[in-house]
Every structure is written in C-alpha cells, then in structure tokens.
Design a protein around this ligand. Structure first.
Ligand code: ADP
Length: 265
C-alpha cells in the first residue's frame, strides 16, 4: 500500500536527516517506527504526508507516486494543544475536515458523533478543547482522524505529551480502533515498549542520518493487554532486541549514554 524507495532528505542548510530509507507497508498493517531523538522520524513522516518534498527517492501510495498531500491520509501529531481549534467545540473540531469530503452538514455531524463515540467521548461534543484534559484532547485529535476514514493514518509521537496511565489507555484505544475500515497505520515513537506493544512490525531507525537498521516482526497474540502482554517472554525479548539495536547504533556513532538513561535521549 505504501512504498518508500531510496528516500533521502537533506535540509537547506546541508544537514542530512534521512539516508536511503526503504520501506514497504501492507494495507491494514500497524507499523511502529522507533529511533532516537533527531534520527529523522518526523522528517520521514512529513515526506510520507506529502508536506515535505524529499531531496531524493520517492514515496508511492497504492502504486501512485506521491506529488502532494494525498486525500486519503490523516495525521495525528504529538501536540494536540496546537492541533485543535480552541474556538470550536469538540464536535466541530472533529467534523471540520469532513468538508473536504463534500459531506453535508448532517453527514458531517453523524460521522463526528460516531468517531467521538469510538474514542469514548460521546458526551463531550459540546465542550471546547480547553475544557478537557490532555488525554481527552488527544482522543479528540484521534477521533478527528478516524472520522475522516483515512486509508493511511500517520501518528507522530501521538502519546508523547500525556501521563503514563493515559498513554497506556490511548495505546489500547489505538488497538481497538485500528480495525476500522482496514486502516493502515504508521506510528512514530521513541518509546521502545510502545513500539512493540502496538505494532505488527517494528522498524528501527539509526541515529541521523536516519536509515532503516532493522525490521522486526512482532510475534505476539493480536489481543494485547498492558500487563499480560508485557510479561510475555516474546515481548521482553523483542523490546531488549530493539533497545540493543538503538543503543548499539548510538555507541558506535559516539553518542554517549549514561547509566539508566533511555536510548530515546
Ligand atoms: P526526530 O523526529 O527523529 O526527532 P526530526 O525529523 O525532527 O527527528 O529531525 C531530524 C534532524 O533534522 C534533526 O537533527 C533536526 O535538527 C534536523 N532538522 C529538522 N528540521 C529541520 C529543518 N527545517 N532544517 C534543518 N534541519 C532540520
């Protein structure tokens, strides 16, 4: 469904952020992309979203080379506080992008309510984003993406700004809604456990310039549980492997890590 070939990006100041990234994603897959801060994860997402033209290589969606922002794509960023309009109600925030779909007011309203229900916010439609907690605001951002019924959902550190408990709830929410309409999901995270917990596959990127250093299938039961899954030997083994790859790459490249410091930096 998504094909990335020889993707390279050099910023205007000469800084190389991505170096020959190759990646294929099947329809319906949930692929986690993990790597240390600054390894080019957001740059990669912006190139896939058509928001940034890569200086080399190409991105294709359904066998069509991407030349701009594709219509069947939704993006959820980390910073929900800047992605929601504070002067619009929650329902209007969710239904606004549907205008692009040419839906009438009634259809937009129905789709927004359904999406809000799927993220457990059926009663919050008339509220304003600033009346909600951070975790609830991020659920609104996810509902907005779902209401759009994208075939590809890009999530860039979507749970990075919420507390640990909310983060787990949102990971489970993502796993619950992923079946909707056979969505394909790319989730960027610097959290190794998260990459394994939600993913069908984990892509490990190297320290900048980002390059795919490993693709690891997640051999865990489809039904995941925050406690039981994380205790499984397969989970423990895989998270250790991802950690080793990131740590190994950082130390090879001279990035110093002190004892107990997370490889995410
Ligand atoms: P990540 O999401 O993995 O933290 P980014 O894609 O945000 O990484 O950034 C990768 C590298 O590219 C970083 O070193 C960052 O400073 C650099 N970078 C990002 N945006 C720009 C820009 N507009 N101009 C120059 N360098 C940039």
């Amino acid at each position: 469904m998504l094909e990335i070939k020889n993707l390279t990006h050099v910023y205007g100041d000469g800084y190389k952020a991505l170096d020959d990234v190759n990646l294929s994603v099947k329809a319906g897959e949930l692929v986690s992309i993990v790597g240390p801060s600054g390894c080019g994860k957001s740059t990669l997402m912006r190139c896939i979203a058509g928001l940034q033209r890569p200086t080399g290589g190409e991105v294709s969606l359904d066998d069509t080379r991407l030349e701009g922002v594709p219509g069947n794509l939704a993006v959820v960023f980390q910073d929900y506080s800047r992605s929601l309009f504070p002067w619009l109600t929650v329902r209007d925030n969710v239904s606004l992008p549907l205008r692009r779909h040419g839906k009438n007011r009634h259809e937009r309203r129905k789709a927004a309510l359904e999406a809000l229900e799927s993220v457990g916010l059926a009663d919050a439609g008339q509220k304003y984003p600033w009346q909600l907690s951070g975790g609830m605001q991020q659920r609104v951002a996810i509902a907005r993406a779902l209401a759009y019924r994208p075939s590809l959902l890009l999530m860039d550190e979507p749970f990075g700004s919420v507390d640990a408990q909310t983060r787990e709830d949102l990971e489970d929410l993502l796993l619950r809604v992923r079946g909707n309409d056979g969505m394909t999901i790319l989730l960027v995270t610097h959290d190794i456990d998260e990459s394994v917990y939600v993913g069908d596959r984990v892509i490990v990127l190297t320290t900048a310039p980002g390059h795919v250093c490993a693709e690891l299938p997640v051999d865990l039961p489809a039904e995941r549980d925050q406690v039981a899954t994380r205790e499984l030997p397969a989970f423990v083994h895989l998270r250790a492997e991802v950690g080793r790859l990131i740590r190994g790459d950082q130390s090879r490249r001279g990035v110093r890590l002190s004892a107990g410091e997370s490889p995410s930096g």
